[in-house]
Write a protein that binds this ligand. Structure first.
Ligand code: PLP
Length: 495
């Protein structure tokens, strides 16, 4: 089975997935008729297939997926860890999966209790005072965080103008700040990969709304001066946003709230094992210190006379950011994961994530160049420097890894490292898997020297070779048209 037609191309006129008995309900049962102009003239060009055709089509497509359930996926900064099956079991319990978000609070006390408990667990692990679970992703969590910071400054009489962001930051940090109306001031990163107080202080004045800082940073290093930097920002009345997407390295070891964070987001779909879902449902809870608590989005889960309720009446709130309680199924999975591990288990999770990353750093250090030659936390960044002169680049190594059954690491990020390969194994991988990955890398680097064409033509085993990713993003083809039909307008170029 090497190729799969579009489901439309497999259509056979008149074929059906199910046959229903003839309709014995009289046409006129006295209900108001739908206005004729609201009725579709027909069903359009829907494909006509049997149930088996449909099942086979989608099952085959699902087998083309590259996922953590099938292969090692060391995508740095993304924490692609295994989502235990028990999470899926609990998310499907009828008492969670079957409830409707419009049901009144007295009927969903269990679901609200799960939200309240998860908020408490996240507050504990992060060292913060209050949590909102509603944001649907890390990026939306950042938006919520910076909106609250702005609301805080506006209430104090002046929104301020600047947000300070280190050069190693995830792209969402400057994007969020700009979206909230702030000027982004880039703080350089030292030759040791860290942010230094001396590079922050020249920018400190009463126009600083916040610093947004990722810890551990995107080089996988703990920001050693973060406490002093946070204190200095507080000194001028600014607030401290810690990007907690990399919490997998810290749980049970260091709490952002203890080093000066006023607000941080946590990616449940990274640290707490819920699926990333191909752009599907994520969850980016935001944790705050009490100074920002009044601004949290509505609704809030609150306890009134012994029962849980949803509070919408919060005059200083930045408002609603998502429907209902966010992606509730993700919250159930994260709750299950955290409750299953317990406090000690969560601490061991982070210790092992750091151990695995350092194992790869040590084992690959002789094969690839290391960006920062010092112990790392949850991920380790390499460069293509050792391949200089072979013509082989980071992209070629990444593509060739697919032939060995490994997903590529994150590449060309962080931007401060030329030709970066950012590898995050996570704690869920066995030593055998890590060794197999090292062996593949050693083979690839040997090939780069002996047979560079083998790499520039990679991947050899995938269905497609190298795609024009820019064109795919800029000119997506979102409309199907029958084979042979003339291209319409607005559907993008022919792909
Ligand atoms: C993943 C990530 C984000 C964004 O999270 P999304 O859920 O993808 O929006 C922000 N910052 C860092 C450091 C990240 O790794």
């Amino acid at each position: 089975m090497t190729d799969e037609r579009l489901i439309f191309e497999s259509s056979a006129p008149g074929r059906r997935g199910a046959s229903l008995p003839a309709d014995d309900v009289p046409a006129d049962v006295g209900l108001p008729a739908i206005e004729p102009e609201l009725l579709r003239p027909g069903t359009g060009d829907l494909p006509e297939l049997s149930e088996l055709d449909v099942v086979r089509h989608f099952t085959r497509l699902s087998q083309w997926n590259f996922s953590i359930a099938t292969n090692f996926y060391p995508l740095g900064s993304c924490t692609m860890k295994y989502n235990p099956i028990v999470n899926e079991w609990s998310a499907r319990l009828p008492g969670f999966a079957g409830i409707h978000p419009m049901w009144p609070a007295p009927l969903v006390q269990g679901a609200l209790a799960l939200c309240a408990d998860l908020e408490a667990m996240l507050a504990e692990v992060s060292g913060m005072d209050a949590v909102t679970l509603t944001p649907a992703a890390g990026a939306q969590g950042e938006f919520v965080g910076i909106k609250m910071i702005r609301a805080h400054h506006v209430r104090a009489g002046h929104p301020r103008r600047k947000v300070l962001i280190p050069a190693s930051a995830h792209g969402t940090n400057p994007a969020t700040s700009a979206l909230c109306g702030y000027d982004v001031v880039e703080i350089p990163v030292g030759s040791d990969g860290l942010v230094h107080l001396g590079d922050v202080t020249p920018h400190l004045d009463d126009e600083v709304a916040a610093i947004m800082i990722t810890n551990p940073n995107t080089l996988g290093l703990f920001e050693r001066e973060i406490g002093a930097i946070a204190a200095a920002v507080h000194e001028v009345g600014g607030l401290v946003y810690i990007d907690g997407a990399n919490m997998n390295a810290l749980c049970g070891v260091s709490r952002p709230g203890d080093v000066g964070a006023d607000v941080l987001h946590i990616n449940l779909h990274k640290t707490f094992s819920t699926p990333h879902g191909g752009g599907g449902p994520g969850a980016g809870p935001v944790c705050v210190k009490s100074v920002l608590e009044p601004y949290l989005p509505v609704p809030r889960v609150v306890r009134v006379e012994g029962a849980l309720a949803l509070d919408e009446d919060r005059p200083l709130s930045i408002g609603r950011v998502r429907t209902f309680q966010g992606n509730f199924g993700m919250l159930v999975r994260a709750y299950t994961y955290m409750a299953g591990l317990g406090g000690d288990g969560i601490a061991r999770m982070s210790e092992r994530a750091v151990l695995n990353a350092n194992y790869l750093r040590a084992r690959l250090g002789g094969t690839l160049s290391i960006a920062q030659d010092q112990p790392c936390l949850h991920e380790c960044v390499f460069t293509d420097q050792s391949l200089a002169g072979t013509g082989v680049k980071t992209l070629d190594v990444a593509k060739r890894l697919l032939d060995f059954g490994f997903h590529a690491p994150t590449i060309y990020f962080p931007l401060v490292v030329p030709g970066a390969l950012m590898i995050e194994p996570t704690e869920t991988e066995s030593r055998e898997t890590l060794d197999a990955f090292v062996a593949a890398m050693e083979t690839i680097v040997a090939e780069a020297k002996a047979d560079p064409d083998r790499l520039s033509g990679a991947p050899h085993s995938a269905r497609v070779r190298r795609l024009d990713e820019t064109r795919a993003a800029r000119k997506p083809v979102l409309r199907w048209r029958p084979v042979g039909a003339t291209p319409g307008t607005g559907g993008g170029d022919e792909a």
